[in-house]
Design a protein around this ligand. Structure first.
Ligand code: NAD
Ligand code: UPG
Length: 471
Protein backbone atom coordinates (compact mmCIF):
# COMPACT_ATOMS: atom_id res chain seq x y z
CA UNK A 1 0.00 0.00 0.00
CA UNK A 2 1.28 3.53 -0.85
CA UNK A 3 2.20 5.57 2.25
CA UNK A 4 -0.54 7.89 3.47
CA UNK A 5 0.09 11.42 2.18
CA UNK A 6 -0.75 14.18 4.65
CA UNK A 7 -2.20 17.14 2.76
CA UNK A 8 -4.24 18.99 5.35
CA UNK A 9 -3.36 19.36 9.02
CA UNK A 10 -5.60 20.78 11.72
CA UNK A 11 -4.33 21.67 15.18
CA UNK A 12 -6.89 21.97 17.99
CA UNK A 13 -5.47 24.45 20.51
CA UNK A 14 -3.69 27.67 19.47
CA UNK A 15 -1.53 27.98 22.60
CA UNK A 16 2.18 27.94 23.41
CA UNK A 17 2.55 24.53 21.77
CA UNK A 18 -0.07 24.37 19.01
CA UNK A 19 0.77 27.84 17.63
CA UNK A 20 4.57 27.58 17.26
CA UNK A 21 4.61 23.84 16.41
CA UNK A 22 2.12 24.04 13.60
CA UNK A 23 3.44 27.37 12.31
CA UNK A 24 6.82 25.64 11.88
CA UNK A 25 5.16 22.67 10.14
CA UNK A 26 3.56 25.16 7.71
CA UNK A 27 6.93 26.83 7.10
CA UNK A 28 8.83 23.59 6.54
CA UNK A 29 6.07 21.86 4.52
CA UNK A 30 4.69 24.39 2.02
CA UNK A 31 2.78 21.54 0.31
CA UNK A 32 0.67 21.02 3.46
CA UNK A 33 -2.23 23.28 4.44
CA UNK A 34 -2.23 23.90 8.18
CA UNK A 35 -5.21 25.29 10.11
CA UNK A 36 -4.90 26.05 13.81
CA UNK A 37 -8.25 26.27 15.58
CA UNK A 38 -9.26 27.37 19.07
CA UNK A 39 -12.48 28.08 20.93
CA UNK A 40 -10.91 31.24 22.32
CA UNK A 41 -11.87 33.91 19.76
CA UNK A 42 -9.62 36.58 21.31
CA UNK A 43 -6.61 34.28 20.95
CA UNK A 44 -7.45 33.53 17.30
CA UNK A 45 -7.93 37.27 16.61
CA UNK A 46 -4.48 37.93 18.07
CA UNK A 47 -2.90 35.23 15.87
CA UNK A 48 -4.61 36.94 12.90
CA UNK A 49 -3.70 40.48 13.99
CA UNK A 50 -2.62 42.65 11.03
CA UNK A 51 0.48 43.93 12.84
CA UNK A 52 1.51 40.45 14.10
CA UNK A 53 0.84 41.28 17.76
CA UNK A 54 0.68 37.55 18.48
CA UNK A 55 -0.87 36.19 21.69
CA UNK A 56 2.44 34.74 22.87
CA UNK A 57 5.94 36.17 22.87
CA UNK A 58 8.53 33.78 21.49
CA UNK A 59 11.74 34.87 19.74
CA UNK A 60 11.52 34.21 15.96
CA UNK A 61 7.83 33.24 16.02
CA UNK A 62 6.52 36.38 14.32
CA UNK A 63 8.88 35.80 11.35
CA UNK A 64 7.57 32.25 10.89
CA UNK A 65 3.96 33.46 11.02
CA UNK A 66 4.71 36.35 8.64
CA UNK A 67 6.17 33.92 6.11
CA UNK A 68 3.22 31.51 6.17
CA UNK A 69 -0.01 33.13 7.37
CA UNK A 70 -2.58 33.40 4.59
CA UNK A 71 -0.49 31.10 2.34
CA UNK A 72 -0.63 27.65 3.91
CA UNK A 73 -1.19 28.64 7.56
CA UNK A 74 -4.61 29.71 8.84
CA UNK A 75 -5.99 30.52 12.30
CA UNK A 76 -9.71 30.04 12.90
CA UNK A 77 -12.33 29.58 15.58
CA UNK A 78 -14.30 27.31 13.25
CA UNK A 79 -13.20 24.13 15.00
CA UNK A 80 -15.67 21.86 13.16
CA UNK A 81 -14.54 22.96 9.72
CA UNK A 82 -10.89 22.52 10.67
CA UNK A 83 -11.65 18.96 11.80
CA UNK A 84 -13.74 18.09 8.74
CA UNK A 85 -11.15 19.25 6.22
CA UNK A 86 -8.04 17.71 7.79
CA UNK A 87 -6.56 14.28 7.28
CA UNK A 88 -4.29 14.65 10.34
CA UNK A 89 -5.40 16.40 13.55
CA UNK A 90 -3.12 17.44 16.41
CA UNK A 91 -4.83 17.69 19.79
CA UNK A 92 -2.79 20.37 21.53
CA UNK A 93 -5.11 21.56 24.26
CA UNK A 94 -4.21 22.36 27.86
CA UNK A 95 -3.96 19.54 30.44
CA UNK A 96 -3.66 21.39 33.77
CA UNK A 97 -3.49 19.78 37.20
CA UNK A 98 -6.98 18.87 38.45
CA UNK A 99 -8.35 21.38 40.95
CA UNK A 100 -11.18 19.26 42.38
CA UNK A 101 -12.57 15.74 42.48
CA UNK A 102 -10.59 12.49 42.38
CA UNK A 103 -6.85 13.15 42.03
CA UNK A 104 -7.26 16.89 42.80
CA UNK A 105 -3.87 18.59 43.11
CA UNK A 106 -2.06 15.76 41.29
CA UNK A 107 -3.82 14.14 38.35
CA UNK A 108 -4.21 15.82 34.96
CA UNK A 109 -7.50 17.48 34.12
CA UNK A 110 -8.28 15.73 30.85
CA UNK A 111 -11.60 17.32 30.13
CA UNK A 112 -10.19 19.57 27.38
CA UNK A 113 -8.65 16.53 25.67
CA UNK A 114 -11.90 14.65 26.01
CA UNK A 115 -14.06 17.45 24.65
CA UNK A 116 -11.73 17.95 21.67
CA UNK A 117 -11.83 14.19 21.02
CA UNK A 118 -15.62 14.12 21.28
CA UNK A 119 -15.82 17.01 18.81
CA UNK A 120 -13.64 15.08 16.34
CA UNK A 121 -15.90 12.04 16.79
CA UNK A 122 -19.03 14.14 16.28
CA UNK A 123 -18.05 16.00 13.12
CA UNK A 124 -15.50 13.85 11.23
CA UNK A 125 -17.01 12.35 8.10
CA UNK A 126 -13.76 10.89 6.71
CA UNK A 127 -10.83 8.92 8.16
CA UNK A 128 -8.39 10.84 10.34
CA UNK A 129 -5.06 10.37 12.01
CA UNK A 130 -5.53 11.87 15.48
CA UNK A 131 -2.30 12.91 17.18
CA UNK A 132 -2.05 13.45 20.92
CA UNK A 133 0.29 16.45 21.19
CA UNK A 134 -0.76 17.50 24.69
CA UNK A 135 1.18 16.02 27.62
CA UNK A 136 -1.09 13.33 29.06
CA UNK A 137 -0.99 10.45 31.55
CA UNK A 138 0.00 7.05 30.27
CA UNK A 139 -2.82 5.30 28.35
CA UNK A 140 -4.83 8.43 27.53
CA UNK A 141 -4.63 7.44 23.87
CA UNK A 142 -6.71 4.38 24.77
CA UNK A 143 -9.52 6.57 26.14
CA UNK A 144 -9.37 8.72 23.02
CA UNK A 145 -9.59 5.60 20.83
CA UNK A 146 -12.59 4.31 22.78
CA UNK A 147 -14.45 7.61 22.29
CA UNK A 148 -13.57 7.84 18.61
CA UNK A 149 -14.32 4.22 17.73
CA UNK A 150 -17.66 4.32 19.54
CA UNK A 151 -18.70 7.21 17.31
CA UNK A 152 -17.05 6.25 14.02
CA UNK A 153 -19.19 6.76 10.91
CA UNK A 154 -19.36 3.98 8.30
CA UNK A 155 -16.33 3.98 5.99
CA UNK A 156 -14.24 6.07 8.44
CA UNK A 157 -11.38 4.99 10.63
CA UNK A 158 -9.34 6.79 13.29
CA UNK A 159 -5.71 6.05 14.03
CA UNK A 160 -4.31 7.49 17.24
CA UNK A 161 -0.69 8.55 17.62
CA UNK A 162 1.21 10.03 20.53
CA UNK A 163 3.64 12.76 19.53
CA UNK A 164 4.63 14.67 22.68
CA UNK A 165 6.28 18.05 22.33
CA UNK A 166 9.66 18.80 23.88
CA UNK A 167 10.05 22.51 23.04
CA UNK A 168 10.98 24.88 25.85
CA UNK A 169 9.47 28.34 25.99
CA UNK A 170 11.81 31.13 25.00
CA UNK A 171 13.63 28.82 22.57
CA UNK A 172 10.57 27.22 20.96
CA UNK A 173 11.41 28.14 17.39
CA UNK A 174 15.01 26.97 17.47
CA UNK A 175 13.93 23.81 19.34
CA UNK A 176 11.36 23.12 16.62
CA UNK A 177 13.77 23.88 13.76
CA UNK A 178 16.41 21.61 15.23
CA UNK A 179 14.86 19.15 17.70
CA UNK A 180 17.01 16.70 19.65
CA UNK A 181 14.36 14.15 18.71
CA UNK A 182 10.80 13.80 17.49
CA UNK A 183 8.99 11.01 19.30
CA UNK A 184 6.05 9.19 17.70
CA UNK A 185 4.17 6.44 19.50
CA UNK A 186 1.70 4.18 17.74
CA UNK A 187 -0.07 0.88 18.16
CA UNK A 188 2.14 -1.82 16.71
CA UNK A 189 -0.57 -2.90 14.21
CA UNK A 190 -0.09 -2.38 10.45
CA UNK A 191 -2.57 0.53 10.52
CA UNK A 192 -0.78 2.04 13.52
CA UNK A 193 2.58 1.77 11.79
CA UNK A 194 1.18 3.31 8.58
CA UNK A 195 -0.20 6.28 10.52
CA UNK A 196 3.15 6.62 12.28
CA UNK A 197 4.95 6.62 8.89
CA UNK A 198 2.58 9.33 7.63
CA UNK A 199 3.39 11.65 10.54
CA UNK A 200 7.10 10.79 10.34
CA UNK A 201 7.07 11.83 6.67
CA UNK A 202 5.77 15.29 7.69
CA UNK A 203 8.71 15.81 10.10
CA UNK A 204 11.15 14.29 7.60
CA UNK A 205 10.75 17.52 5.58
CA UNK A 206 13.31 19.06 7.93
CA UNK A 207 14.25 16.66 10.76
CA UNK A 208 17.02 14.10 10.03
CA UNK A 209 15.52 10.59 9.92
CA UNK A 210 17.71 9.26 12.73
CA UNK A 211 16.18 11.83 15.10
CA UNK A 212 12.62 10.62 14.45
CA UNK A 213 12.07 7.94 17.05
CA UNK A 214 9.13 5.57 16.71
CA UNK A 215 7.97 3.59 19.75
CA UNK A 216 4.84 2.07 21.25
CA UNK A 217 2.00 4.39 22.33
CA UNK A 218 2.42 3.94 26.06
CA UNK A 219 6.18 4.36 25.96
CA UNK A 220 5.75 7.59 24.06
CA UNK A 221 3.26 8.99 26.58
CA UNK A 222 5.41 7.97 29.54
CA UNK A 223 8.64 9.26 27.96
CA UNK A 224 7.28 12.80 27.98
CA UNK A 225 6.50 12.69 31.70
CA UNK A 226 9.82 10.97 32.35
CA UNK A 227 11.83 13.58 30.41
CA UNK A 228 10.29 16.46 32.37
CA UNK A 229 10.62 14.65 35.68
CA UNK A 230 14.32 13.97 35.08
CA UNK A 231 15.01 17.55 33.94
CA UNK A 232 13.26 18.99 36.99
CA UNK A 233 15.06 16.48 39.20
CA UNK A 234 18.41 17.90 38.01
CA UNK A 235 17.30 21.39 39.04
CA UNK A 236 16.09 20.21 42.46
CA UNK A 237 19.38 18.33 42.91
CA UNK A 238 21.47 21.41 42.17
CA UNK A 239 19.17 23.58 44.28
CA UNK A 240 19.51 21.16 47.21
CA UNK A 241 23.28 21.49 46.81
CA UNK A 242 22.95 25.29 46.67
CA UNK A 243 21.69 25.23 50.26
CA UNK A 244 24.74 23.20 51.30
CA UNK A 245 27.00 25.67 49.45
CA UNK A 246 25.53 28.61 51.32
CA UNK A 247 26.05 26.84 54.64
CA UNK A 248 29.62 25.75 53.93
CA UNK A 249 31.10 28.55 51.84
CA UNK A 250 31.28 26.44 48.66
CA UNK A 251 30.20 28.01 45.36
CA UNK A 252 27.38 26.32 43.42
CA UNK A 253 28.75 27.51 40.05
CA UNK A 254 32.03 25.77 40.75
CA UNK A 255 30.31 22.64 42.01
CA UNK A 256 27.98 22.50 38.96
CA UNK A 257 30.93 23.04 36.64
CA UNK A 258 33.00 20.32 38.27
CA UNK A 259 30.14 17.81 38.40
CA UNK A 260 28.86 18.64 34.90
CA UNK A 261 32.32 18.11 33.43
CA UNK A 262 31.77 14.39 33.90
CA UNK A 263 30.42 13.37 30.51
CA UNK A 264 28.01 10.96 32.21
CA UNK A 265 26.37 13.90 33.99
CA UNK A 266 26.80 16.63 31.34
CA UNK A 267 26.81 20.40 31.87
CA UNK A 268 23.27 21.41 30.90
CA UNK A 269 20.38 22.17 33.24
CA UNK A 270 22.51 22.49 36.35
CA UNK A 271 21.88 26.16 37.00
CA UNK A 272 20.87 26.78 40.59
CA UNK A 273 17.94 29.14 40.90
CA UNK A 274 15.20 30.44 43.13
CA UNK A 275 13.25 27.39 41.89
CA UNK A 276 11.84 26.11 38.64
CA UNK A 277 8.57 27.44 37.27
CA UNK A 278 6.58 27.08 34.06
CA UNK A 279 3.42 25.28 33.16
CA UNK A 280 5.01 21.86 32.74
CA UNK A 281 7.51 20.62 35.32
CA UNK A 282 5.36 20.69 38.44
CA UNK A 283 2.23 19.58 36.63
CA UNK A 284 3.93 16.67 34.89
CA UNK A 285 5.73 15.42 37.99
CA UNK A 286 2.51 15.56 40.01
CA UNK A 287 0.94 13.61 37.21
CA UNK A 288 3.69 10.99 37.51
CA UNK A 289 3.18 10.92 41.29
CA UNK A 290 -0.52 10.32 40.75
CA UNK A 291 0.15 7.63 38.17
CA UNK A 292 2.58 5.89 40.55
CA UNK A 293 0.06 6.00 43.38
CA UNK A 294 -2.71 4.64 41.17
CA UNK A 295 -0.37 1.80 40.25
CA UNK A 296 0.22 1.08 43.98
CA UNK A 297 3.84 2.20 43.85
CA UNK A 298 4.01 4.53 46.90
CA UNK A 299 7.83 4.58 47.11
CA UNK A 300 8.06 5.64 43.48
CA UNK A 301 5.43 8.33 44.08
CA UNK A 302 7.31 9.64 47.14
CA UNK A 303 10.58 9.76 45.17
CA UNK A 304 9.15 12.05 42.47
CA UNK A 305 7.06 14.10 44.91
CA UNK A 306 10.27 15.11 46.66
CA UNK A 307 11.45 16.91 43.48
CA UNK A 308 8.46 19.28 43.77
CA UNK A 309 8.78 19.59 47.55
CA UNK A 310 12.42 20.59 47.25
CA UNK A 311 11.37 23.24 44.71
CA UNK A 312 8.82 24.68 47.15
CA UNK A 313 11.50 24.65 49.85
CA UNK A 314 13.92 26.52 47.58
CA UNK A 315 11.40 29.31 46.93
CA UNK A 316 10.60 29.66 50.66
CA UNK A 317 14.28 29.52 51.51
CA UNK A 318 15.04 32.40 49.14
CA UNK A 319 12.26 34.58 50.63
CA UNK A 320 13.73 33.90 54.06
CA UNK A 321 17.24 34.86 52.89
CA UNK A 322 15.82 38.26 51.89
CA UNK A 323 14.00 38.80 55.19
CA UNK A 324 16.96 37.63 57.29
CA UNK A 325 19.43 39.89 55.49
CA UNK A 326 17.14 42.91 55.82
CA UNK A 327 17.54 42.74 59.59
CA UNK A 328 14.78 40.16 60.09
CA UNK A 329 11.94 42.38 59.00
CA UNK A 330 10.72 43.75 55.69
CA UNK A 331 7.50 45.26 57.05
CA UNK A 332 7.09 48.69 55.44
CA UNK A 333 10.31 48.26 53.42
CA UNK A 334 10.49 48.92 49.68
CA UNK A 335 11.70 46.07 47.49
CA UNK A 336 12.13 45.96 43.69
CA UNK A 337 11.40 42.61 42.07
CA UNK A 338 13.10 42.36 38.67
CA UNK A 339 11.34 39.82 36.47
CA UNK A 340 7.95 38.21 36.74
CA UNK A 341 8.05 35.60 33.93
CA UNK A 342 9.01 32.04 34.88
CA UNK A 343 12.16 32.30 32.76
CA UNK A 344 13.74 34.78 30.35
CA UNK A 345 12.53 35.31 26.78
CA UNK A 346 8.91 34.51 27.50
CA UNK A 347 5.91 36.48 28.76
CA UNK A 348 4.53 33.33 30.40
CA UNK A 349 4.05 33.53 34.16
CA UNK A 350 2.57 30.10 34.90
CA UNK A 351 4.04 28.79 38.20
CA UNK A 352 6.61 31.59 38.12
CA UNK A 353 8.75 31.68 41.30
CA UNK A 354 8.31 35.48 41.26
CA UNK A 355 4.67 34.96 42.25
CA UNK A 356 5.63 32.93 45.36
CA UNK A 357 8.28 35.47 46.35
CA UNK A 358 5.92 38.43 46.07
CA UNK A 359 3.22 36.50 47.96
CA UNK A 360 5.70 35.92 50.79
CA UNK A 361 6.82 39.59 50.78
CA UNK A 362 3.18 40.76 50.86
CA UNK A 363 2.55 38.52 53.86
CA UNK A 364 5.39 40.42 55.58
CA UNK A 365 3.69 43.70 54.57
CA UNK A 366 6.53 44.98 52.40
CA UNK A 367 6.00 47.37 49.47
CA UNK A 368 6.90 45.77 46.13
CA UNK A 369 7.70 47.34 42.77
CA UNK A 370 7.72 44.92 39.84
CA UNK A 371 9.27 45.24 36.42
CA UNK A 372 9.23 42.63 33.65
CA UNK A 373 9.98 43.45 30.02
CA UNK A 374 7.35 41.10 28.54
CA UNK A 375 4.61 40.33 31.07
CA UNK A 376 1.36 42.29 30.71
CA UNK A 377 0.20 44.30 33.74
CA UNK A 378 -3.20 42.59 33.77
CA UNK A 379 -1.48 39.21 34.00
CA UNK A 380 0.51 40.30 37.06
CA UNK A 381 -2.65 41.48 38.85
CA UNK A 382 -4.41 38.25 37.98
CA UNK A 383 -1.54 36.07 39.23
CA UNK A 384 -1.17 38.00 42.49
CA UNK A 385 -4.90 37.93 43.15
CA UNK A 386 -4.92 34.18 42.68
CA UNK A 387 -1.84 33.73 44.88
CA UNK A 388 -3.22 35.93 47.70
CA UNK A 389 -6.92 34.99 47.97
CA UNK A 390 -7.17 36.61 51.43
CA UNK A 391 -6.35 40.06 49.93
CA UNK A 392 -8.61 42.12 47.66
CA UNK A 393 -7.12 43.49 44.46
CA UNK A 394 -7.31 46.99 46.00
CA UNK A 395 -5.29 45.80 49.00
CA UNK A 396 -2.72 44.23 46.69
CA UNK A 397 -2.51 47.42 44.64
CA UNK A 398 -1.80 49.41 47.80
CA UNK A 399 1.35 47.32 48.30
CA UNK A 400 2.42 46.52 44.73
CA UNK A 401 3.38 48.90 41.92
CA UNK A 402 4.15 47.86 38.36
CA UNK A 403 6.63 50.00 36.39
CA UNK A 404 8.11 50.05 32.90
CA UNK A 405 11.87 49.97 33.43
CA UNK A 406 14.36 48.34 35.74
CA UNK A 407 15.86 51.72 36.69
CA UNK A 408 12.45 53.03 37.70
CA UNK A 409 11.75 49.86 39.71
CA UNK A 410 14.97 50.17 41.72
CA UNK A 411 14.72 53.88 42.50
CA UNK A 412 14.62 54.64 46.26
CA UNK A 413 14.36 50.95 47.20
CA UNK A 414 16.17 49.19 50.01
CA UNK A 415 16.58 45.92 48.13
CA UNK A 416 16.46 44.42 44.65
CA UNK A 417 15.39 40.83 44.11
CA UNK A 418 16.24 39.25 40.74
CA UNK A 419 13.56 36.67 40.00
CA UNK A 420 13.97 36.15 36.23
CA UNK A 421 17.23 35.92 34.29
CA UNK A 422 16.44 38.62 31.68
CA UNK A 423 19.71 39.63 30.00
CA UNK A 424 18.87 43.32 30.37
CA UNK A 425 19.15 43.01 34.18
CA UNK A 426 22.80 42.08 33.81
CA UNK A 427 23.37 45.15 31.68
CA UNK A 428 21.63 47.79 33.83
CA UNK A 429 23.71 50.80 34.80
CA UNK A 430 24.32 49.45 38.31
CA UNK A 431 26.19 52.57 39.44
CA UNK A 432 23.12 54.72 38.71
CA UNK A 433 20.90 52.13 40.40
CA UNK A 434 23.12 52.28 43.49
CA UNK A 435 23.20 56.08 43.59
CA UNK A 436 19.39 56.18 43.63
CA UNK A 437 18.80 53.52 46.30
CA UNK A 438 18.30 53.76 50.06
CA UNK A 439 21.47 52.57 51.83
CA UNK A 440 22.56 49.96 52.67
CA UNK A 441 21.52 48.81 49.19
CA UNK A 442 20.92 45.06 48.86
CA UNK A 443 20.80 42.85 45.76
CA UNK A 444 19.44 39.30 46.05
CA UNK A 445 20.25 37.34 42.92
CA UNK A 446 18.02 34.29 42.57
CA UNK A 447 19.30 33.53 39.08
CA UNK A 448 23.12 33.65 39.24
CA UNK A 449 22.85 36.60 36.87
CA UNK A 450 24.91 39.53 38.12
CA UNK A 451 28.64 40.02 38.54
CA UNK A 452 28.51 40.03 42.36
CA UNK A 453 32.11 41.24 42.81
CA UNK A 454 31.51 44.23 40.52
CA UNK A 455 28.35 45.13 42.45
CA UNK A 456 30.16 44.83 45.76
CA UNK A 457 32.87 47.18 44.48
CA UNK A 458 30.12 49.73 43.75
CA UNK A 459 28.92 49.38 47.34
CA UNK A 460 26.02 46.94 47.14
CA UNK A 461 25.47 44.20 49.69
CA UNK A 462 24.99 41.15 47.44
CA UNK A 463 23.53 37.73 48.19
CA UNK A 464 23.62 35.16 45.38
CA UNK A 465 21.82 31.83 45.57
CA UNK A 466 24.27 29.00 46.23
CA UNK A 467 27.18 31.14 47.35
CA UNK A 468 28.36 31.13 50.91
CA UNK A 469 30.16 34.49 50.89
CA UNK A 470 29.32 37.13 53.46
CA UNK A 471 27.33 40.09 52.14
N1 NAD B 1 3.90 25.32 27.12
C1 NAD B 1 4.91 24.50 26.82
O1 NAD B 1 6.06 24.91 26.74
C2 NAD B 1 4.65 23.05 26.53
C3 NAD B 1 5.67 22.28 25.96
C4 NAD B 1 5.43 20.93 25.68
C5 NAD B 1 4.19 20.37 25.94
N2 NAD B 1 3.21 21.13 26.50
C6 NAD B 1 1.89 20.52 26.67
O2 NAD B 1 1.08 20.92 25.55
C7 NAD B 1 -0.28 21.09 25.94
C8 NAD B 1 -0.75 22.50 25.58
O3 NAD B 1 0.01 23.42 26.34
P1 NAD B 1 -0.02 24.99 26.01
O4 NAD B 1 1.01 25.60 26.87
O5 NAD B 1 0.00 25.19 24.54
O6 NAD B 1 -1.49 25.35 26.55
P2 NAD B 1 -2.30 26.70 26.30
O7 NAD B 1 -3.22 26.84 27.44
O8 NAD B 1 -1.37 27.80 25.93
O9 NAD B 1 -3.15 26.38 24.97
C9 NAD B 1 -4.19 25.45 24.91
C10 NAD B 1 -5.30 26.02 24.02
O10 NAD B 1 -6.27 25.00 23.80
C11 NAD B 1 -7.54 25.64 23.67
N3 NAD B 1 -8.59 24.65 23.86
C12 NAD B 1 -8.88 23.95 24.99
N4 NAD B 1 -9.89 23.08 24.74
C13 NAD B 1 -10.25 23.24 23.43
C14 NAD B 1 -11.21 22.63 22.58
N5 NAD B 1 -11.99 21.64 23.03
N6 NAD B 1 -11.30 23.04 21.31
C15 NAD B 1 -10.49 24.02 20.84
N7 NAD B 1 -9.55 24.64 21.58
C16 NAD B 1 -9.43 24.24 22.87
C17 NAD B 1 -7.51 26.71 24.74
O11 NAD B 1 -8.46 27.72 24.46
C18 NAD B 1 -6.06 27.20 24.63
O12 NAD B 1 -5.93 28.33 23.79
C19 NAD B 1 -0.32 20.78 27.44
O13 NAD B 1 -0.68 19.43 27.58
C20 NAD B 1 1.12 21.00 27.88
O14 NAD B 1 1.44 20.20 29.00
C21 NAD B 1 3.41 22.46 26.78
O1 UPG C 1 19.38 24.84 34.89
C1 UPG C 1 18.23 25.27 34.96
C2 UPG C 1 17.30 25.19 33.89
C3 UPG C 1 16.01 25.68 34.07
N1 UPG C 1 15.65 26.25 35.25
C4 UPG C 1 14.26 26.74 35.42
O2 UPG C 1 13.38 25.68 35.11
C5 UPG C 1 12.14 26.18 34.60
C6 UPG C 1 11.79 25.50 33.30
O3 UPG C 1 12.70 25.89 32.30
P1 UPG C 1 12.74 25.23 30.84
O4 UPG C 1 12.76 23.78 30.96
O5 UPG C 1 13.85 25.85 30.11
O6 UPG C 1 11.38 25.77 30.20
P2 UPG C 1 9.97 25.07 29.88
O7 UPG C 1 9.34 25.88 28.81
O8 UPG C 1 9.22 24.86 31.14
O9 UPG C 1 10.36 23.66 29.22
C7 UPG C 1 10.24 22.42 29.90
O10 UPG C 1 8.91 21.96 29.88
C8 UPG C 1 8.38 21.79 28.53
C9 UPG C 1 6.93 21.43 28.68
O11 UPG C 1 6.69 20.09 28.88
C10 UPG C 1 9.21 20.72 27.82
O12 UPG C 1 8.69 20.53 26.50
C11 UPG C 1 10.68 21.16 27.77
O13 UPG C 1 11.47 20.15 27.14
C12 UPG C 1 11.16 21.41 29.19
O14 UPG C 1 12.50 21.93 29.16
C13 UPG C 1 12.34 27.68 34.47
O15 UPG C 1 11.77 28.34 35.59
C14 UPG C 1 13.85 27.84 34.48
O16 UPG C 1 14.27 29.10 34.94
C15 UPG C 1 16.54 26.34 36.31
O17 UPG C 1 16.21 26.84 37.38
N2 UPG C 1 17.81 25.85 36.13
Amino acid sequence: MAPIQVKKVCCIGAGYVGGPTCAVIALKCPQIQVTIVDLNQARIDAWNSPDFELPIYEPGLADVVKATRGKNLFFSSDVDRGIQEADLIFVSVNTPTKKSGVGAGFGADLHYVESATRRIAAVASSSKIVVEKSTVPCRTAESMRTILEANCKPGCRFDILSNPEFLAEGTAISDLFNPDRVLIGSLQTQEGKDACAALASVYANWVPKERILTVGLWSSELSKLAANAMLAQRISSINALSAICEATGANIDEVAHAVGYDSRVGPKFLRASVGFGGSCFQKDILNLVYLSESLHLPEVAAYWRQVVELNEYQKRRFSKIVVDALFNTITGKHIAVLGFAFKADTGDTRESPAISLIRDFLAERAYITVYDPKVEEAQIWMDLSEACPHLTLDQIKRQVTIVHSALEACKSKEAIVIATEWKEFREIDWQTVYNNMTKPAFVFDGRLLVDADKLRRIGFKVKVIGRGEVL
